[in-house]
Design a protein around this ligand. Structure first.
Ligand code: ADP
Ligand code: ZN
Ligand code: ZN
Length: 736
């Protein structure tokens, strides 16, 4: 007798819950299993809730006897192609992250919440086979139709909005359609081209740039560090590479560090590639715009995809090139949830898809430099500024025995005077927002602390508030000391607000543009604030690290670094690297046009060896020295490092949990010269938002030693935690 073979269909789903595995479900009732394909979203029941899950694979068996059916199918076609599903699963494995949370983090909010993709569908015009085969001269008598045909030939397809923006009428499209040369197809919406992006031709490359471009092989995987001084024309290299990739019919992915930078970079790209569809993905977009861009990228409709950190998780079916601009930037590392490094993932993605990846920076991260110097990455350099710009001159201004005005040395103020009088622009950098970083009582020494963090409150004078920059706790400004009731309370130190106040008084006839998180809270604010500076009028720019990044303002000839010292004495082994990068980047804003730049570095410790090395030899030499120091100290990047973190309102619990975690790991892999354990020790910011934070550090000679250990300690932690304690494994951790 023959047994009836009944094939079971088991859906393996990534459900957004903090457990590191897939969950098995049956297909929704009444739905033919043929309608299901991996990469689609479905609604599933989970612990009494209804969640949006992604179908990762379909199996025939499950170890579980009792399976629930999924509730409803959301997508009829896959959102995540096979490659993307594999990549996201790899991320979950490598970072010990719940796979459901990785898939959720890969989606824009609207899709994560289950909105249907067809909501953002758009009609696209593309050539039919006849259209593609048409000889060049066939339509010379109908110039409008000829122009449209030409446009489609060079860009593949155009959305309705793009056609309109370029002045093509619907009648022209209809005429071509009647001849059977074009057809309309449905696809996702791409944001229309940016207004005001005038097409701009490419400059002729200088010989250094040409050499770099010639050395870039765009067939197959290769990882390259492009170490180019500020203003050396790295962006121009990116544009040329993108051009090659577009010509080959592939997608280019460009990662940038900050939302504030995207409008500027977008304008430059749009101006170079007016006929191509560009999708931007960053947190400054409205939810609908973001979903549109994501879908356009994932469907292969967007030719150039540009975005911040999370864009790395977007499916890109036609990917041909990955570029990470300002690759050293700390914002590429996600600091909570799925703790990934978008820069590291860019290399993994490129390797998996067999395409080139370019990491560009004037101040490469030591990790990247290490890979380049050890031969794992190719190392290309641009040592001169492009066009007719010269390197800026650096001068130290000792401040210890000077009488400062709101933190400015008299010499610095005189140079600002001169620059403005010459009709040029000056930029003042101070990496502290607010009016003053501390408020203290002159009589008893009381200091205003945050009630929830181990940190001081910053004075924001205009709002008459004290604010914590770690947890955003706020309280009204006091006019007497809560401890001794003295009325003599003073602000210690200075922030951007205090500097701004002085500049406004002293340079009253010039605009003062302050750029920090307090002035750029709204979408696009940074771009708007910088507009007068871009117009080239004499003005003063003042701000935090937001000003250090990537801006090209050719009329800035003077940069004043108000306080170079804050990073010199930190307990974090990465602090010197970050300080060096920041100072070199800020200094690099000076003299990017034809006018020569000058940089004044105010310091109380002008003899400090790190500062001396940086100022005398430049970042490149400074970084190589740091790399040698790290190797001697057996620290990353010479070693692989992970942290097991825990935080809890009850400090003893977090510490005990980590003691146990360390003991557990040591029982699996005993300490040795190749595997070091440290801790539990308190985090640099020991208490944050009311919770005490600790970590155990594991340092290994090889990444491969860490991976199995971290996987097991995660499983252990899932079983041994309680609701009041938060824990996380932080592979390649950046912050202590
Ligand atoms: P980076 O990205 O290295 O900071 P950019 O690509 O922004 O440098 O270039 C700095 C400036 O030099 C820009 O104004 C750019 O247009 C200009 N530039 C770049 N390459 C050339 C070139 N080959 N000839 C003339 N100007 C150039
Ligand atoms: Zn007091
Ligand atoms: Zn706080």
């Amino acid at each position: 007798m023959q047994e009836a073979v009944q094939q079971r269909v088991i859906l393996q789903l990534a459900v957004p819950v903090p457990l590191r595995r897939l969950f098995d479900y049956l297909p929704p009732e009444g739905l033919s299993p043929q309608a299901l394909a991996p990469g689609q979203r479905l609604w599933v029941p989970f612990a009494g809730r209804k969640l949006v899950a992604v179908l990762v694979a379909i199996a025939e068996e499950s170890p579980l006897a009792e399976l629930k059916p999924a509730l409803e199918q959301i997508d009829s076609t896959a959102l995540f192609d096979e490659h993307s599903r594999r990549f996201l699963s790899w991320i979950a494995d490598y970072y010990q992250a719940p796979v459901g949370e990785v898939f959720a983090a890969a989606m824009p909010a609207a899709l994560r919440r289950g909105r249907p993709a067809h909501h953002w569908a758009e009609q696209w015009l593309q050539l039919t086979t006849e259209g593609k085969g048409l000889p060049d001269t066939a339509l010379t008598r109908a110039p409008k139709q000829q122009a449209l045909l030409q446009r489609l030939l060079c860009s593949g397809r155009q959305s309705r909005a793009h056609l309109k923006a370029q002045g093509f009428s619907t009648a022209t499209g209809r005429a071509l359609q009647a001849r059977g040369l074009v057809e309309w197809v449905a696809g996702p919406t791409v944001p229309p081209p940016l207004p005001g992006a005038e097409p701009s031709p490419a400059p002729k490359l200088n010989s250094e740039q040409q050499q770099v471009l010639d050395a870039m092989d765009c067939s197959g995987f290769s990882a390259t560090l492009l170490e180019g001084v500020t203003g050396s024309g790295k962006t121009e290299i990116y544009l040329r590479l993108i051009e090659r990739v577009l010509a080959a019919g592939r997608q280019a992915l460009l990662l940038v560090p900050e939302i504030g930078l995207t409008p500027q970079t977008l304008r430059r790209i749009a101006a170079r590639f007016p006929a191509h569809s560009i999708a931007a993905l960053h947190s400054g977009l409205a939810e609908g715009e973001r979903a549109q861009s994501w879908l356009a990228a994932a469907a292969g409709q967007a030719d150039i995809v540009i975005g911040t950190r999370s864009v790395i998780m977007t499916p890109l079916p036609r990917l041909g090139l990955v570029i990470v601009d300002e690759e050293h930037d700390a914002s590429f590392k996600q600091q909570d949830g799925v703790r990934y490094s978008a820069r590291d993932l860019a290399v993994v993605l490129a390797r998996d898809t067999d395409v080139p990846v370019l990491l560009g920076s004037a101040t490469p991260a030591l990790e990247t430099l290490h890979n380049a110097l050890s031969g794992r990455y190719r190392h290309l350099r641009l040592c001169r500024r492009a066009g007719d710009a010269h390197p800026p001159q650096l001068h130290v201004v000792p401040t210890l025995h000077e009488s400062l005005e709101a933190g400015f040395a008299p010499q610095a103020l005189r140079h600002i005077d001169d620059a403005l009088a010459r009709g040029e622009q000056a930029l003042v950098f101070l990496n502290r927002r607010g009016f003053a970083p501390a408020l203290t009582c002159d009589d008893c020494g009381w200091i205003a602390d945050c009630a929830h963090c181990s940190s001081k409150l910053t004075l924001h004078r205009r709002q008459r508030q004290l604010r914590c920059h770690h947890c955003d706790y706020r309280r009204p400004l006091l006019d007497s000391c809560p401890q001794c009731h003295s009325r003599s309370i003073s602000a210690l130190g200075g922030g951007t607000e205090r500097s701004e106040e002085l500049l406004l008084q002293r340079f009253a006839s010039y605009p003062v543009i302050r750029i920090d998180r307090d002035t750029t809270a709204s979408k696009q604010a940074l771009d708007r604030l910088l507009a007068p500076a871009r117009d080239g009028l004499p003005c003063l720019l003042l701000g935090t690290q937001m000003l250090a990044k990537g801006h090209h303002l050719p009329r800035v000839t003077l940069v004043v670094i108000q306080d170079a010292d804050s990073g010199l004495f930190s307990a974090d082994f990465r602090a010197p690297e970050r300080t060096g990068q920041l100072l070199a980047q800020v200094a690099g804003r000076a003299g990017r046009g034809s006018l020569r730049g000058r940089v004044l570095v105010q310091s109380r410790y002008p003899e400090h060896p790190l500062l001396q090395r940086l100022l005398e030899k430049g970042y490149s030499d400074f970084a190589r020295q740091l790399l040698r120091d790290r190797t001697t100290a057996q620290l990353p990047p010479a070693r692989a490092m992970a942290l097991v973190r825990a935080e809890c309102e009850e400090p003893a619990w977090a510490e005990a949990f980590l003691q146990d975690a360390r003991r557990f790991m040591q029982s699996l892999a005993p300490p040795s010269p190749q595997l070091l354990y440290l801790g539990p020790v308190p985090a640099l910011l020991e208490r944050k938002s009311g919770r005490f934070r600790f970590y155990v550090q594991v340092i290994a000679q090889q990444r491969a030693q860490l991976q199995p250990l971290l996987a097991q300690v995660s499983t252990w932690a899932e079983r041994n935690t309680n609701r009041r304690l938060r824990w996380a494994v932080d592979m390649d951790a950046q912050d202590l």
